[in-house]
Design a protein around this ligand. Structure first.
Ligand code: SDX
Length: 431
C-alpha cells in the first residue's frame, strides 16, 4: 500500500472523522474511506465510479490530462515502436522486460498452447452461422472451464500460470475460428513456426486450397494493434473481470465476463460502431450533419471513436494507430479509401469544433483501429473480438495481481436506496 502521511477530516454535524490519504507513485492522492461506514454510518455515492479507486495496482498508469499511458512504467509509444505483443504480455504479467532467454521460453510456451481441444469445435457448430463472433467468444471461453480442469483452481499458483498461458495462446484460435465459422470456411489450425500475429492472420485468411503467405507489414500492424489494446487500468471490462474473480470464480468464467462487458458500443464495441458510423456518414459533405447530431442533447447519437472517461487529451494509442493506418492503407493501395477520407475530415472538423474542444473529446483508440482492420479484410463484426483477444493479457494480469493481493475480498458495492420503506402485504381482494 502507498505511504500514508496525510489525512482528511470529514465533519458531519457535530462529529468529525479522520480519513487517511494515500499518496501514489503517480496520479492523484486517494482518500481511504474503508472505515467510513463503520465510523460515521454513511456511504459514499459515485455512480460510474468516476472518482473512485477500486484497488491499488502496479500494472498500468494513465494520465488522462497529459495523454500518457504507461505499462509497468514504459510509455505505450515506445512499446509500440520497439517491442512486440508477446514481450508486452511478459511485461504486463511479470512486471519486467524479459531477457532474451526468458522471452524465448515464454514465446515457446505460448506457441505450444495455441491449439484448442478438438471437441470444442462442437461449440462453434452449435451457433447459427450469422452469430456475432463475440457471442461465440463468450460461449467458448466460458466453456474452457469444462475442458481445462487442471487450471481452474485459483488457489494454486501453478494452475493460475497455466490458465494465463492457455488464455493468451488460445484467444487468437478462438477468434479466428469464430470468423471462419461465420463465413462457412474450414477451421485453419495454428502453426508453431509462425509468430503470434502471423499465426492469427493465417488462421483467419488461409484456405486449404492454396498456400498463404503472411505479409510482414500486415503482421507488424496486427501485432501493434494487439499491443495498443493490451491493458488500460480499471476500465469497465477489467473491473468486470476483477469483480467476477473476487467471488473465487475460475479464470475462464471471469474472462468470459470481461468479454461480455467489452462487447458494448460504449467500450470495446466502439471500433465496430465507429466504422459503421463512418460508412453511414458516407461522404465528407455529410460530416456537419452528424457533428450537429452529436452536439444535440436531444439526440442520443454520439461520435463513435471520440471521447473517453479518462483521456481529456489525445489517446496516445490513437496517435500510434493513426501512423499504422497510413502505413497499411498505403501498402494496400487504399490510401484513397473513402472511409479513411471521411475519418480524416471528421477528425479535423471535430477537433476544430468548440463543442468537442470544450468537452475535451478527442479520437480514442477505436477511431483508427477499425479502419486498419477493415483495410486488412476483416468484417466489422471481428473488430471487437480482436480487441478482446488483445485485452486478454490485461485482464489476466489484473486478475493475477488481485488474487495475490492480501487485501483481496469479494466486491460488494452498497447503494442509495430510494424505494418504498417497509409496508404490509395487501390481499388481492383489497387492491
Ligand atoms: C474504450 O475506460 C477505458 O479505458 C476504455 C478503453 C479501454 O482501452 O479499455 O479506452 C476502450 O472503451 C474507449 C471508448 C470507446 N467508446 C466510444 O468511442 C463511444 C463514444 N464515446 C462516448 O460514448 C463516451 O465518450 C464514453 C463512453 C467513452 C465516455 O463517456 P463519459 O465518461 O460520459 O464522457 P464524458 O463524461 O467525458 O462526457 C462529457 C460530455 C458529456 O456531455 P454533458 O453531459 O457534459 O453535456 O461529452 C459528451 C457527454 O454526453 N460526450 C460526447 C461524446 N462522448 C462524450 N458527445 C458526443 N460524442 C461523443 N463521443
Amino acid at each position: 500500500m502507498a505511504d500514508t502521511q496525510k489525512s482528511a477530516t470529514l465533519t458531519i454535524g457535530d462529529d468529525s472523522y479522520d480519513l487517511p490519504i494515500h499518496s501514489p507513485t503517480a496520479g492523484p492522492d486517494v482518500l481511504d474511506i474503508r472505515k467510513l461506514y463503520g465510523q460515521a454510518g454513511v456511504f459514499t455515492y459515485d455512480p460510474g465510479f468516476t472518482s473512485t479507486a477500486s484497488c491499488d495496482s502496479t500494472i498500468t498508469y494513465i494520465d488522462g490530462g497529459q495523454g500518457v499511458l504507461l505499462h509497468r512504467g514504459y510509455p505505450i509509444d515506445q512499446l509500440a515502436e520497439k517491442s512486440h505483443y508477446l514481450e508486452v504480455c511478459y511485461l504486463l504479467l511479470y512486471g519486467v522486460l524479459p531477457t532474451a532467454a526468458q522471452l524465448e521460453e515464454f514465446e515457446t510456451t505460448i506457441t505450444l498452447h495455441t491449439m484448442l481441444h478438438e471437441q470444442m469445435q462442437n461449440f462453434f457448430r452449435g451457433f447459427r452461422r450469422d452469430a456475432h463472433p463475440m457471442a461465440i467468444m463468450v460461449g467458448v471461453v466460458g466453456a474452457m472451464s469444462a475442458f481445462y480442469h487442471d487450471s481452474t483452481d485459483i488457489s494454486d499458483e501453478h494452475q493460475r500460470e497455466i490458465a494465463s498461458h492457455r488464455l493468451i495462446a488460445k484467444m487468437p484460435t478462438i477468434a479466428a475460428w469464430a470468423y471462419k465459422y461465420s463465413i462457412g470456411q474450414p477451421f485453419v489450425y495454428p502453426r508453431n513456426d509462425l509468430d503470434y500475429a502471423s499465426n492469427f492472420l493465417r488462421m483467419c485468411f488461409a484456405v486449404p486450397a492454396e498456400d498463404y503467405e503472411v505479409n510482414p507489414i500486415l503482421s507488424r500492424a496486427m501485432d501493434r494493434i494487439f499491443t495498443l489494446h493490451a491493458d488500460h487500468e480499471q476500465n469497465a471490462s477489467t473491473s468486470t473481470v476483477r469483480l467476477a474473480s473476487s467471488s473465487g470464480a475460475n479464470p475462464f468464467a471471469c474472462i468470459a465476463a470481461g468479454i461480455a462487458c467489452l462487447w458494448g458500443p460504449a467500450h470495446g464495441g466502439a471500433n465496430q460502431a465507429c466504422l459503421e458510423m463512418l460508412k453511414e456518414i458516407g461522404s465528407v459533405d455529410r460530416i456537419p450533419e452528424f457533428i450537429a447530431r452529436a452536439k444535440d442533447k436531444d439526440d442520443p447519437f454520439r461520435l463513435m471513436g471520440f471521447g473517453h472517461r479518462v483521456y481529456k487529451n489525445f489517446d496516445p494509442r490513437a496517435t500510434v494507430m493513426k501512423q499504422s493506418a497510413d502505413e497499411v492503407l498505403e501498402l494496400l493501395g487504399v490510401e484513397n479509401n473513402p472511409v479513411l477520407q471521411v475519418a480524416k475530415e471528421l477528425e479535423k472538423q471535430a477537433l476544430e469544433d468548440p463543442y468537442f474542444a470544450e468537452k475535451k473529446l478527442f479520437p480514442n483508440v477505436d477511431f483508427y483501429s477499425g479502419i486498419i482492420l477493415e483495410a486488412m479484410g476483416f468484417p466489422t463484426s471481428m473488430f471487437t473480438p480482436i480487441f478482446a483477444l488483445s485485452r486478454t493479457v490485461g485482464w489476466i494480469s489484473q486478475w493475477k495481481e488481485m488474487i495475490a493481493d492480501p487485501q483481496n475480498k469479494i466486491g460488494r458495492p452498497r447503494q442509495l436506496y430510494l424505494g418504498e420503506t417497509s409496508r404490509d402485504y395487501v390481499d388481492i381482494e383489497h387492491r
